[in-house]
Design a protein around this ligand. Structure first.
Ligand SMILES: *Cc1c(COP(=O)(O)O)cnc(C)c1O
Length: 394
């Protein structure tokens, strides 16, 4: 927090616009549309609510199969299920840890009837959006782009959230710019923006009384929350610069260790560096097994694993996290199809489809972890983290 957040919240309070209407909402919609470079930004209660309306606008209907990012937070996928859609998970590539265009092409071979894609930009790193768009176009599929974690990140100078037919960002408490909660739907279509506004305020028709012709939601952003966002928005670039410094400080600090940072397309993209993660080299992994709730590892000289590093960090009161566990590994989605680069994975009847392809998402989950990445972290604190991680490989 910087101070301006409280001023705009107080402004809402003093003007008595303690509601889902007010100047803060109008202003953050204007500022975000301008920053992102889209025509319309619709302020909503959460990123998840934004995804829900985006999925509806994309035309996802009960029974529709939808190609979804696999290594992402469950909020990317849940709205598909709210609408009765069936997620088909597409494996992850190693260059940016996002949906693999090769696996997506395979998925269209296996499931040619699919007409929708929901894709996330993980940890603030833009995915291979141009290739994904080409494939989507070829197959006449719509794209919903989840830029919840990647606000401010660009691919070839274009902001994430603008690569799909509809995009969303989130202002959840953990995101790069926060309102404590909040989200936005991004679109170039006035019709879509109007629909989202109407649906988010209980679908009231223009009549003297409460008149309803379609299903409505209470999804509009609060003017108080918009005040926090209004105070944060001028600091987006500063937050990105801090996150970037943290990423490169880790990268430098880990020189010589058998680990690498979460990768990005250095030539074409500029992430917002929301989370700094590492991947441990295969031959530097000690034995680690994970059940559904618990994990065990065998310490080994010169080697380590995410569990050892996370437990060691926790013993110093520092919080790291495992990589977001891929959706195809989640019990709730165990019956959903999953496609890897060579077309192997799980089919419609949940039958295993054999092939050479490795499960990239499972591998990154096994060997990767998220490091403390808060922009308030001091260089001294970060040096401690680096020291602790180094010691795990002793
Ligand atoms: C945070 C997040 C969301 C959901 O945003 P909320 O505002 O928390 O509802 C969606 N997708 C991803 C990838 C996220 O990280």
């Amino acid at each position: 927090m910087h101070g301006e957040e409280l001023e705009w919240m107080s402004d809402a309070f003093h003007k008595n616009w303690m509601s889902t209407v007010g100047e803060n909402i109008n202003e953050v919609e204007r500022l975000v549309a301008q920053k992102i470079g889209c025509k319309y930004a619709v302020a909503l209660a959460t990123g998840t609510a934004s995804l829900h309306l985006a999925v509806k606008l994309a035309g996802i209907k009960p029974g529709n199969e939808v190609f979804c990012s696999d290594m992402t937070f469950s909020a990317t996928v849940n709205p598909v299920v709210y609408e009765g859609g069936i997620p088909i998970f597409v494996d992850t590539e190693r260059d940016t840890w996002n949906m693999d265009p090769v696996a997506l092409e395979k998925a269209f071979e296996l499931f040619p009837e699919v007409k929708h894609i929901v894709i996330a930009n993980l940890y603030g790193t833009p995915g291979k959006m141009e290739e994904i768009r080409k494939i989507a176009k070829k197959h006449g599929a719509t794209i919903v782009e989840d830029a919840a974690e990647s606000f401010g990140a660009t691919f070839r100078g274009k902001q994430t959230g603008t690569f799909g037919d509809i995009g969303i960002i989130s202002f959840n408490g953990n995101k790069i710019v926060t309102g404590s909660a909040g989200g936005m739907l991004l679109t170039d279509s006035l019709e879509q923006a109007n629909k989202a506004r109407k649906w988010s305020t209980q679908s009231r028709e223009n009549a003297p009384w409460y008149q309803h012709e379609e299903l409505g939601y209470n999804y509009r952003m609060s003017n108080v929350v918009a005040g926090v966002i209004r105070g944060q928005l001028p600091h987006l670039e500063e937050h990105i610069a801090q996150k970037k410094e943290i990423y490169f400080r880790y990268k430098e600090g880990f020189k010589g260790l058998p680990i690498s940072m979460n990768p990005y397309d250095e030539k074409n993209s500029e992430p917002n560096f929301w989370l700094s993660c590492v991947l441990i080299d295969e031959n530097a992994m000690c034995k680690q097994v994970r059940g559904e709730r618990e994990t065990l590892y065998l310490p080994e000289h010169g080697k380590s694993c995410p569990t050892e590093i996370l437990e060691t960090l926790a013993s110093f009161n520092a919080e790291g996290r495992p990589i977001w566990k891929p959706m195809h590994m989640q019990p709730i989605f165990r019956m959903n199809p999953f496609v890897t680069t060579d077309g192997s994975g799980r089919g419609k009847t949940n039958a295993y489809i054999a092939g050479e392809g490795t499960d990239v998402g499972m591998d990154i989950f096994h060997r990767g972890l998220c490091l403390p990445s808060d922009n308030k972290m001091t260089p001294e604190e970060q040096d401690r983290i680096i020291e602790i991680v180094r010691a795990c490989f002793d």
